[in-house]
Design a binder for this molecule. Structure first.
Ligand SMILES: O=C1O[C@H](COP(=O)(O)O)[C@@H](O)[C@H](O)[C@H]1O
Length: 248
């Protein structure tokens, strides 16, 4: 695994639940705590959202109960999004608005969706990636970076044995040949993920078990991208029993 030279990886915390419903409910309660704590300490909390079943499930749960989160003081980014038109149902940001952001009092100026393919950069995905990298800059540190994971170990749109997964300097890159459709995506890279205070994996299903085990066994990030993500203060795996089934 590759980490910035000035720190070691945090020891992961692995939580196993009987169902994805329980997984999501625990993640919801901890998300509220983490965001409220960040707001108490720094005024504004900063989070990176993810798509996928549990990522969107968590947002739906927050729509029902977000405790004392002051939504007007949350900076909201995405770990990745699909470079498709705004109204496309596979936009992670569109799903997030439907699940949560349209029903809580967020500050629109603090919502940072990645550009769609019909946005200000048109179909110039490289310009869109450059713009989001400028927005994230070198100073943005997420209090919580949420991650889903694919069965082959991808996180955000970082797939095994790709240039995006190997990226060590750009904060955001364009992916034009994603093995999982749609092929065109924008994604944050490891240098940004790994400066997050907390990195949380939300993973369910037996088809994810091999990747979960690889990450816990110190696999290489090139083979299993999920093995390369760590928070500076905490790394938490929220798993259902099926996803945890290959762990000792
Ligand atoms: O392509 C993607 O997939 C992952 C995982 O999705 P899941 O439904 O298998 O949990 C997701 O986290 C990522 O944001 C997305 O673009």
């Amino acid at each position: 695994m590759t980490f910035p030279a000035d720190r070691a990886a945090t020891t992961p915390e692995t939580l196993v639940f009987d169902s994805s419903t329980e997984l999501v409910e625990t993640a919801r309660a901890r998300f509220v705590d983490a965001v409220v704590r960040a707001q108490e300490e720094r005024g504004v909390a900063s989070v990176a959202l993810t798509g996928g079943s549990n990522g969107i499930g968590l947002l739906r749960a927050l729509a029902s109960d977000s405790g004392d989160i002051a939504w007007g003081r949350v900076e909201i980014y995405w770990g990745d999004d699909r470079f498709v038109p705004t109204s496309h149902p596979e936009r992670n940001s569109g799903q997030a608005f439907e699940a949560l952001l349209s029903s809580v009092p967020v500050d629109p100026a603090r919502i940072h969706a990645m550009a769609p393919s019909d946005g200000e950069f048109g179909d110039d995905i490289t310009a869109a990636a450059r713009d989001y990298a400028r927005l994230v800059g070198s100073d943005t540190v997420f209090d919580v970076h949420l991650l889903g994971m694919g069965g082959e170990g991808h996180i955000n749109s970082l797939f095994p044995h790709t240039a995006a997964t190997a990226e060590e300097s750009a904060a955001v890159v364009a992916v034009t040949d994603s093995p999982k459709p749609p092929p065109a995506r924008l994604t944050l890279t490891f240098p940004v993920i790994n400066r997050s205070r907390e990195v949380w994996f939300l993973v369910s299903g037996a088809e994810k078990a091999e990747a979960v085990a690889a990450a816990h066994n110190g696999a290489s990030r090139a083979d299993w991208p999920c093995a390369g993500a760590n928070g500076t203060e905490a790394t938490v795996w929220f798993l259902d029993r099926a996803a945890a089934s290959a762990l000792p």
